[in-house]
Design a protein around this ligand. Structure first.
Ligand code: ADP
Ligand code: MG
Length: 706
């Protein structure tokens, strides 16, 4: 095994410099683009192929065809034209004839000498490129050409065409490099999956698969190759998914090996608390509470992600989990990203647990020194059982007597480092991560594959869905009328802008600019401006004022804190709705409709900046209340990076896998990997990080646990 890996590694590290056809100049260009070794090119999978088995007749080709033609050059020459802004364009054209028709080859720049030479020779050439019709004549711009006498790689019938070739390197040079690389690697690069899995998925060895993808044989079929569905593509896709998910599986294995004494939950305490709840739990809440309880009773620490849409009632789940742990005589910490949220949770907890004889405390940076010292002492002695806090919780001076459970709310707002710091405040505590950012299941699996997943997929009964209205910006007055009538009825309102300040280039309404307008218009009530450039104290002061009802209108950027609960806010106006992602709009909308009153979300859009797709998205938003559905839609339309909260979490860049197309396969593979690795031989597991490195060519963040 190790020998094999060494051999593959050394092959992938072969410098391209020694390859045939790489002159001094090409080598320099490649180097400047970071292309030094076989590893740097061999995974650049072609997107198109030239199928030389079919030589098209010029008579038969149509606009849009990718044609491969054999024809004789009749004439050629340079041309000069005035281009955009009267800039001079030096171009080149040639006319060729194949016995059935004439074709113009056109370059909109001065092509290199070897091309001009080839075309001045009146020779017979092969031509490859996309056909267009200019006036009445057939043309190919910037075709690939080759002398018929030398052929494009006579040994291959189907040859690849690449994206991502550095400027200055011709397609031919790159292709010849690739040919040498994949030929040499054909027998060296073998699949790194365990035998059992190779059988189940019919895995073709990596070298063989790569060779057949780059230089297909007679089994080539354009649509299948172009959709990456050939058995060779699929083999590499499985390889990628297996190796990717094995990282998570290994982490899980490692979690499992940690032994802790199981908690002795006092069910009398928990059950009497459940009886006193002001509302019955939803079935979804009961389900996840059961899952968490089972984890807490096991002799290994819990690593669970609790997902639930805004307002689905995660807090009470967290409190019940906390109470269970406290009843077993351990401490619980709840970490949240902002002071205002910390306070909100703390007050909630105090209210709900008031009959429980539990000492809870709040620790934030605005605590007075004397109070802080007192709290720190109580945390240390174990007198304080439930501690809510911001980042202050992970400061060095905080030490617990026995932390049994760490809960991290809005977990995506914290870095890996911060989450680890909280975990280290205890001796392998149970951990519950919570997030209100609904993301599609496959995305969750690729981001948090090492965590167990609990989903609250149901809202408490009796919630009135927020009424969403999409209006052109020109009808802002209607939105303002609505604000006015809601304020007169004693309710509150948010107005959200995409930017803080005016930016002429973007021509966007800004929070600052519109704040003046809003303030003048609603001079009879308290309006305030909230944005990210304010200090934390200012933000907290404003949010507290809004929560208490003193401030009626909050003009804001998207900083409106996640998770903030202001039940009397019934209107949200979002300007430049076209600028926001669906998940982001959904998060914003989740701030209202929390008090059982009819609430309204008015999305103003600048119609002239709205594409057809943009209109579709907003209509979907208007008609869909389910955050997971919206996230799914966003994923399909705009890709994983656009979904709130995922960008910073380090999305993997797959070469073959596609989160949407391969959703089912991803789930299947993940389960397969976990089952397999449970019984895998230890040598294989030991080598896995190296295998992953070999295939993915990068280090995964792999944090040791415990
Ligand atoms: P989130 O999941 O967004 O954190 P919260 O935990 O803040 O949601 O809950 C939102 C609101 O719903 C709170 O006011 C809470 O008291 C209420 N709530 C939670 N569970 C239920 C339930 N089962 N029935 C009725 N109301 C509930
Ligand atoms: Mg919450």
């Amino acid at each position: 095994m190790i020998e094999l890996l060494d051999k593959m590694e050394s092959f992938l590290s072969t410098p391209l410099k020694g390859f045939k056809g790489v002159g001094e100049k090409s080598a320099k260009i490649l180097e400047k683009n970071g292309i030094l070794t076989v590893r740097d090119i061999i995974f650049n999978i072609p997107e198109r192929w030239i199928d030389k088995r079919h030589i098209s007749k010029i008579r038969d080709i149509r606009a849009g065809d990718l044609a491969y033609i054999k024809a004789k050059v009749l004439n050629s020459g340079s041309w000069i034209a005035k281009g955009f802004l009267n800039k001079r364009v030096n171009g080149f054209t040639a006319t060729v004839y194949d016995g059935t028709g004439y074709l113009t080859l056109r370059w909109f720049y001065d092509p290199p000498a070897f091309i001009k030479n080839m075309l001045s020779s009146k020779a017979e050439i092969y031509i490859y490129g996309k056909v267009n019709i200019f006036k009445t004549s057939k043309e190919i711009s910037h075709p690939e050409i080759e002398l018929a006498s030398s052929d494009f790689m006579p040994q291959h019938k189907i040859i690849p065409s690449y994206n991502g070739i550095p400027k200055g390197i011709s397609e031919g040079v790159y292709r010849r490099l690739m040919e040498q690389a994949v030929s040499a690697g054909r027998d060296i690069l073998i699949s790194l999956l365990p035998q059992k899995i190779k059988k189940v998925f019919n895995i073709i060895e990596i070298g063989e698969a790569l060779y057949n993808i780059h230089f297909p044989d007679n089994d080539f079929s354009r649509p299948i190759w172009e959709e990456k569905k050939s058995p060779y593509h699929l083999s590499l896709l499985y390889e990628e998914l297996f190796l990717f998910f094995s990282i998570f599986a290994m982490k899980k294995e490692e979690y499992e090996r940690i032994q802790i004494p199981p908690l002795k939950i006092n069910y009398d305490v928990v059950n009497s608390f459940l009886k006193e709840l002001p509302y019955p739990l939803t079935d979804a809440q009961k389900k996840v509470i059961e899952q968490i309880k089972n984890d807490l009773c096991r002799p290994t620490p819990m690593h669970r992600l609790l997902q639930g849409d805004v307002g689905s009632g995660k807090t009470i789940v967290a409190i019940i989990s906390a109470l269970s742990v406290i009843s077993a005589k351990k401490q619980v910490a709840l970490m949240v990203p902002t002071e205002i949220l910390a306070e909100q949770h703390f007050n909630n907890i105090r209210e709900l647990l008031k009959n429980q004889n539990i000492k809870a405390g709040l620790i934030t940076s605005s605590l007075r020194k004397k109070d802080k010292e007192q709290i720190l002492r109580e945390i240390c002695s174990g007198d304080m059982q439930f501690i809510v806090g911001t980042h202050s919780l992970i400061q060095e001076d905080v030490s617990f007597r026995e932390l049994g459970l760490a809960i991290i709310d809005e977990q995506h707002r914290f870095g890996v480092e911060q989450r680890n710091l909280l975990r280290k405040k205890g001796n392998n505590p149970h951990i519950l991560y919570m997030t209100a950012t609904p993301i599609p299941r496959t995305l969750t699996m690729t981001l948090y594959g090492d965590l167990e997943l609990s989903v609250i997929d149901q809202l408490p009964p009796g919630r009135k869905p927020v009424r969403t209205i999409v209006l052109p910006e020109s009808q802002r007055e209607r939105a303002f009328k609505l604000i006015e009538s809601e304020i007169r009825r004693g309710f509150q309102c948010y107005i959200v802008y995409p930017v803080i300040e005016e930016d002429n280039a973007l021509e966007l309404k800004s929070a600052k600019e519109m704040y003046q307008v809003v303030k003048d218009k609603f001079s009879y009530v308290e309006c305030r401006l909230l944005h990210g450039k304010l200090s934390q104290e200012e933000k907290d002061e404003i949010m507290a004022g809004f929560k208490s009802g003193l401030i009626k209108i909050l003009v804001s950027t998207t900083v409106i804190e996640v998770g903030v609960d202001v039940p009397r806010a019934t209107v949200m106006v979002i300007e430049h709705g076209e600028r926001f992602g669906l998940s982001q709009l959904h998060q914003l909308r989740g701030r209202i409709g929390r008090g059982g009153e009819e609430s309204y979300c008015v999305v103003l859009v600048e119609t002239k900046k709205l594409s057809k797709e943009g209109r579709e998205r907003l209509i979907y938003f208007r008609d869909t209340a389910d955050g997971f559905k919206l996230a799914e839609f966003d994923l399909k339309l705009r890709g994983p990076g656009e979904i709130a909260g995922t960008r910073q979490s380090g999305m993997p860049e797959f070469r073959f896998a596609d989160l949407i197309k391969h959703a089912e396969l991803i789930e299947k593979m993940k389960n397969n990997v976990e089952t397999y690795l449970k019984s895998a031989d230890s040598e294989y597991i030991k080598q896995l990080p190296r295998i992953q490195q070999l295939f993915f060519n990068r280090n995964f963040e792999y944090t040791k646990v415990g």
